[in-house]
Design a protein around this ligand. Structure first.
Ligand SMILES: [Zn+2]
Length: 223
């Protein structure tokens, strides 16, 4: 058993139907990336992401598109979980000992609703994972260098999470998600250094271009 995870980039094209008017292009992009990275697209599960904190455990009977959901978990091999983003944080979780994986869509609202904490808690409480065995990867996303919000919102973040996550009007969503994992006792947390808005890297950024596509985080348990 091996767990494989990757983040796609602009070279892989837009993989989201909801920001495209060309279904066949998205189909083709998904087929190409599945082949390139060795994922089975026929069993891939994706989310109708709603910036909430609903967490869904995937079984063999789950539909391919999970409605009103921002985090997927599975213990099943050969089922790829996908999260789509352009600035929001794609977070992939894995526990190789228990063979459990998760994909989280952590935008601002979901971060405030503690989706990272909620997802890892399901892995711990319902699926028997130990916090120290769960590793988290925060993928390319807009970082505090570019994530300026209103003074009111910056104030709310200070009140809710603490001063450490706010500099002026810029907030650190990666830090807030990391704190949620650490509070559960998780220690294996890595964060991509790439800011999707200013790193001039090969990733879509909604704040840079509202018409942009989406890239993906993909994770699967290979048997
Ligand atoms: Zn930046």
């Amino acid at each position: 058993m091996k767990i494989k995870q990757i983040f796609t980039n602009k070279d892989d094209g837009n993989i989201a139907y909801h920001v495209s008017n060309n279904v066949e292009e998205v189909n083709q992009n998904r087929r190409t990336l599945a082949q390139k990275y060795g994922f089975d697209i026929s069993t891939m599960r994706s989310m109708e992401q709603t910036h909430g904190n609903n967490v869904h455990i995937i079984t063999q009977d789950s539909p391919l598109l999970i409605k009103d959901c921002d985090a997927l978990i599975t213990t099943l091999p050969n089922i790829t979980l996908m999260v789509m983003v352009a600035d929001c944080i794609p977070i992939l979780l894995k526990d190789e000992k228990k063979s459990v994986i998760a994909a989280i869509h952590a935008g601002r609202n979901s971060t405030f609703l503690q989706i990272a904490h909620k997802t890892a808690s399901v892995m711990i409480e319902q699926l028997g994972c130990l916090p120290q065995d769960i590793s988290a990867t925060l993928g390319p996303s807009i970082q505090s260098c570019c994530y300026e919000v209103s003074p009111e919102l910056a104030h709310i973040v200070i009140q809710s999470f603490g001063k450490a996550f706010v500099k002026g009007r810029n907030i650190d969503l990666q830090g807030i998600n990391t704190m949620q994992f650490r509070r559960l006792g998780m220690t294996q947390i890595t964060q991509s250094p790439i800011c999707t808005k200013c790193s001039n890297a090969n990733f879509y950024s909604y704040r840079l271009n509202k018409e942009c596509g989406r890239f993906a985080g993909l994770i699967t348990i290979e048997e």
